[in-house]
Design a binder for this molecule. Structure first.
Ligand SMILES: C[S@@+](CC[C@H](N)C(=O)[O-])C[C@H]1O[C@@H](n2cnc3c(N)ncnc32)[C@H](O)[C@@H]1O
Length: 588
């Protein structure tokens, strides 16, 4: 489902990733184990027993450890307007595992950084089927998933599939095994529809029955496989950046269908995060999910940080539904002064001109060229803050709206903290006026929204995701560069960064969490993103050392988002090429 690519196009990417050569500065911070978040989560855990016996330290570090498929306290039930959805059977506390799922037929992998699309997966599954490695049980499981046809217009068999219960899913494998082992006996014993757990036999409530054997009998046609891959696949262009290093596995691109995960509906402010560990897909609760609430994921990737219209347009185009999640509904209800301020701020930061300027600055050209852009960004962000204040919006909604205009906040902060601009100002932490802002704004952290708060904005809409971890690491990098180590602002940024990692990895030990964080921060992908400064600090390191300068020593990043950075760099390259061409022509 998430087919987005944070870690991609990385010039420094390697398939095999070694261990960092020396510890990162940030990780020596004393405050680590005393963190409030960590303590809260630990208390939470001791209060409520986990439903699973997964040993997370082993899962994250040992490729041979496989706790097998685990389905948490969730059930499948009809959700008005969304077909079926997964619902918590009881409270699922923050940092608990919701699912650990195995890919149907096995996930498809490729060299790290590759872009694997649903078509690739459909071809892979077709190949498995030809080779006899996608048998009746797998085919039946696939045919229980949503394939883009609406429940209303579909034939009766499909309607049954749309209302199948998760309990049925849990027991399906057994039944399918029986059905395939003794086809004659099992034939006609169906896989039942209604959501009560008594449907395990498939004969409850007089509901129409799906013939299990028949469901898996016919081979899947290529168009059917593509539809299933389109609506149900999850993928990433790199395997989990921390785990793959600790497990000493290649961080490969991956795409697959994890059947239980494929039953999860989307929210623009989800309560879970999802990532692959080897071939398994792990879904973790990133909020306390009350019993009876829907368990949601985000299909958006980086678009979680885009305005309502863009998100809706993309979801409609990719998945065929209009999102009416809590966040979308709340954002749709704000006064037009607020929605136009969001759109304006987003537009300033996303324009081609802005990207080109930022890209040029990243390439080391004159920072002064950024001043007009920086003023525009400051004005746009301040206007948004003012109209939200005037409209008396609540804190939650303000966070969502800031997330929708995140590029503006982030680009503004990124430009402000460029090394050269600090030189112009005579030091970032002097509290003096900024030449770049020139409007009475003083120290960098005097913005209405501080960079650390900004990182927390991401945690409202993309908690525990690659995006969240990446951006909080960048924020920490910037703070560590800008302020003395014992400055409270560095401690704040550290907390935000650790919180992101804790949300993702959940019930792991401090020691392994620390290693995961360090592995991610030293990953070549991250360094690739932060190395566009003229100094290229990490390249000065001795040959053979994978990681030279830890992320936290570098403030050489400047992009509004990874995608923007990539696009900006491309734009600058093409502008330079045209200039060179024009010059060459002029010369002739
Ligand atoms: C991966 S499936 C999710 C499970 C699906 N609801 C089912 O019944 O099997 C994706 C499809 O679910 C529906 N869906 C997911 N999230 C939704 C949402 N927030 N609002 C409306 N429909 C949604 C859309 O039809 C989407 O294409």
């Amino acid at each position: 489902m998430q087919r987005w690519r944070i870690p991609s196009g990385n010039a420094f990417g390697r398939a095999e990733i070694g261990r960092p050569s020396r510890p990162s500065r940030m990780l020596s911070l004393q405050a680590f184990s005393k963190l409030k978040y960590r303590t809260n989560i630990a208390q939470n855990h001791s209060r409520k027993s986990a439903w699973t016996n997964i040993d997370y330290d082993r899962l994250y570090t040992q490729p041979t450890y496989n706790p097998g498929r685990q389905v948490g306290p969730i059930k499948l039930q009809p959700v008005p307007g969304s077909g079926r959805g997964l619902v918590a059977e009881r409270e699922i506390p923050l940092a608990e595992t919701v699912l650990l799922s195995e890919a149907l037929g096995g996930a498809l992998t490729a060299a790290g950084g590759s872009e694997l699309r649903p078509q690739h997966l459909a071809d892979h599954l077709a190949g498995l089927q030809r080779a006899g490695r996608l048998g009746p049980a797998d085919r039946a499981r696939l045919r229980l998933l949503y394939d883009g046809r609406s429940a209303v217009d579909s034939p009766p068999a499909l309607r049954n599939r749309l209302s199948a219960s998760l309990d049925d899913f849990k027991k399906l494998e057994d039944k399918l095994r029986r059905a395939t082992e003794a086809p004659k006996k099992a034939k006609g014993k169906g896989f039942g529809a209604p959501s009560s757990s008594s449907t395990a036999s498939g004969q409850a409530d007089g509901a129409a029955i799906i013939d299990v054997a028949a469901l898996g009998e016919a081979p899947l046609e290529s168009d059917e496989l593509l539809r299933l891959a389109n609506f149900n696949s999850w993928g990433n262009s790199f395997g989990e950046l921390g785990c793959s290093q600790l497990r000493k596995e290649a961080s490969e691109a991956i795409i697959g269908i994890w059947p239980e995960f494929a039953l999860m509906n989307h929210s623009c402010a989800p309560n879970t995060t999802t990532f692959s560990v080897g071939q398994m897909l792990l879904v973790q609760a990133v909020k306390d999910i009350p019993g009876g609430a829907q368990v949601t994921t985000s299909y958006l990737g980086e678009l979680a940080l885009a305005p309502l219209e863009r998100r809706r347009e993309w979801l409609q185009g990719s998945y065929g539904f209009e999102c009416a999640c809590e966040r979308c509904t709340a954002e749709a209800s704000v006064p037009s002064s607020v929605s136009s301020a969001v759109a304006a701020a987003y537009q300033v930061a996303s324009s081609d001109e802005a990207r080109a300027l930022v890209g040029e600055a990243a390439g080391g050209s004159d920072r002064g060229a950024l001043r007009p852009l920086e003023s525009q960004l400051a004005a746009a962000v301040e206007r948004l803050e003012a109209v939200m204040e005037d409209a008396g919006l609540g804190q939650q909604l303000r966070l969502w709206l800031r997330a929708a205009a995140y590029n503006a906040y982030y680009t503004r902060a990124a430009i402000r903290d460029l090394p050269d601009s600090r030189k112009v100002e005579g030091g970032v932490d002097n509290g003096g006026g900024s030449l770049l802002f020139g409007r009475g704004l003083t120290a960098p952290f005097s913005d209405p929204v501080t960079p650390t708060e900004l990182a927390e904005v991401v945690s409202e809409v993309a908690p525990g995701t690659d995006l969240h971890l990446y951006l909080t690491l960048e924020t920490l990098s910037r703070s560590a560069e800008a302020y003395p180590r014992d400055d409270p602002r560095v401690a704040d940024a550290t907390k935000a960064c650790l919180r992101a990692h804790i949300l993702r990895y959940g019930r792991t030990s401090d020691a392994v969490l620390r290693e995961l964080l360090q592995a991610r921060s030293n990953h070549p992908h991250y360094l690739g993103r932060v190395s566009l400064s003229p100094q290229q600090p990490h390249q000065s390191e001795a040959a053979g050392s994978l990681v030279s300068e830890p992320l936290f020593g570098s403030a050489a990043w400047v992009a509004a988002s990874p995608i923007q950075l990539r696009e900006a760099a491309a734009k600058v390259a093409s502008m330079k090429a045209s200039e060179a061409e024009a010059e060459a022509k002029g010369g002739c």
